[in-house]
Design a protein around this ligand. Structure first.
Ligand code: EPZ
Length: 424
């Protein structure tokens, strides 16, 4: 297990450039399966989940080429020949968001097979809404012995009216991709409104699908059986941006984030203001200056545009040293406070009960040996706590953090942090 050693106490200063969004690039990579033509995705982050998705696509027969042009990473994907309708089971276990391949495979081959994507550290993570949506589009779905097989009767999916009980990000994306290759018009009611959904829609539109309504209460997709190649950029990662912002706030530092879409961070920035942070937002820059000690404030995670669940653990770490008591409500996932036990080993005072965490801010945290679990955001939040703590914090399980953070150590060191990595 790789370990990060963080020696706290240094206010962060300087500039850091935000990468392309993990949760935008993964569905875009899956969407490339919809066409035989070459697709080009720009600003692809070099993170573990992207590497796993590349392995999965290669296993399906997709030709993959990674290029660096003028410092930007381009991913070329060409799914001219798909050799199987089955997502590799071993790789499926590595990354549950490979479920996003089912919609494109179903639209392209009229059949798709996968092992059931297990739950993970943050909850059971079912895919019932994905499967119900495929059935609404005329697919037959058989779940047996941990295997899921879906096939489209009469060789193609048909447009449908789909009502999501909950604005699931993955279900919205999977069904958009299936609908792009279906016959007729599909309307997805109560869809997710996250910016990453909009980025996927732009990619599908570039391929020739006619999609309207992202960000509203219904997304309409007019399918096409002649989807072509696409050349599309990945939006900046709002969660990575928020993570670095909290690194500045928790250390009482002052940093400038570059390549950031501040309009994607409104709920988060409002909360940073509330705890006493100075924020100056530009079109694609964000200046953040943390207070000596943040004030306490409550948060409740919500679907976009509410406060994002993927920035909940990072806020939990910040609230550990706030002046007062903060109540954190996690309304998206069943079990996203696992990191609280590890923060307590550093001297934090957190009481969790189901979806609630009550945090009594302490004057100071102390370095300790802590474990990042199978939630990359929890792992990142332990690093954040270490940046503030007295002494050295050893964070084991850095591989989990690598899933969504490119070169975290190098970029934190660039901001003056004392962080090193042992890959023994
Ligand atoms: C996406 O996961 C993100 N992952 C997650 O980011 C993010 O936390 C989540 O959306 C919420 O914003 C990617 O985009 C790759 P959901 P997803 O479907 O699609 C329940 C990170 O840290 N649900 O919106 O899996 C589900 O159990 C990751 O980058 C069903 O019940 O999220 C959960 O409680 C973590 N049935 C809730 O909905 C379904 O069919 C939200 O899930 C689907 C979901």
């Amino acid at each position: 297990m790789a370990r990060l050693i963080v020696r706290g106490g240094e206010p962060l200063r300087g500039k850091v450039r935000v990468n392309g969004a993990k949760n935008a690039v993964l569905p875009m990579m899956a969407a490339a399966v919809l066409t035989r033509s070459e697709c080009l995705i720009r600003d692809v982050p070099d993170i573990r989940d992207v590497r796993v998705m590349i392995e999965i696509l290669k296993d399906l027969g997709v030709k993959v080429r990674l290029e660096r042009i003028n410092g930007r990473r381009y991913l070329s994907l060409k799914a001219e020949h798909i050799r199987t309708d089955a997502v590799n089971a071993r790789l499926m276990k590595k990354m549950r968001s490979s479920v996003l391949l089912i919609g494109p495979l179903l639209a392209r081959l009229a059949s798709a097979r996968m092992t059931y994507p297990g739950g993970c550290a943050i909850g059971p993570r079912p895919v019932d809404m994905h499967l119900a949506g495929f059935e609404a589009m005329g697919a037959t779905v058989v779940e047996k012995g941990g295997q899921v097989t879906a096939y489209a009767g009469r060789g193609a999916l048909s447009g449908a009216e789909i009502h999501l009980e909950y604005p699931s990000v993955g279900a919205t994306e999977n069904l958009m991709m299936a609908a792009a290759g279906a016959r007729g018009v599909t309307r997805i009611w109560n869809p997710a409104r996250e910016p990453e959904v909009d980025n996927l829609a732009a990619f599908l539109q570039a391929m020739g699908a006619n999609i309207t309504g992202t960000g509203s209460d219904v997304i309409s997709v007019e399918g096409s059986d002649v989807l072509g190649g696409a050349d599309c950029g990945v939006i900046p990662d709002r969660i990575e941006a928020g993570t670095y912002a909290i690194a500045a706030v928790i250390t009482g530092g002052e940093i400038t984030l570059e390549n950031v879409r501040t309009e994607h961070l409104r709920a988060f920035l409002a909360k940073m203001n509330e705890v006493g942070t100075e924020v100056q937002a530009g079109r694609d820059q964000l200046w953040i200056k943390g207070p000596e000690r943040p004030r306490a404030a409550d948060i409740r995670t919500l679907p976009y545009p509410g406060y994002p669940t993927d920035l909940q653990n990072q806020y939990l770490a910040l609230s550990c040293i706030a002046g007062g008591t903060s109540v954190i409500t996690e309304s998206i996932f069943e079990n996203r406070f696992k990191v609280a036990e590890e923060l307590a080993r550093m001297g934090a005072s957190i009481h969790t009960e189901g979806r609630l965490a009550v945090v009594k801010g302490v004057e100071q945290l102390s370095g300790a040996c802590v474990e990042a679990d199978d939630d990359l955001r929890g792992g990142a939040s332990l690093v954040l706590a270490g940046l503030r703590a007295d002494g050295a914090t050893v964070v084991r399980g850095a591989e989990y953090i690598d899933r969504g953070y490119m070169n975290l150590v190098g970029r934190l060191r660039g901001l003056g942090a004392d962080v090193t990595r042992n890959d023994d």
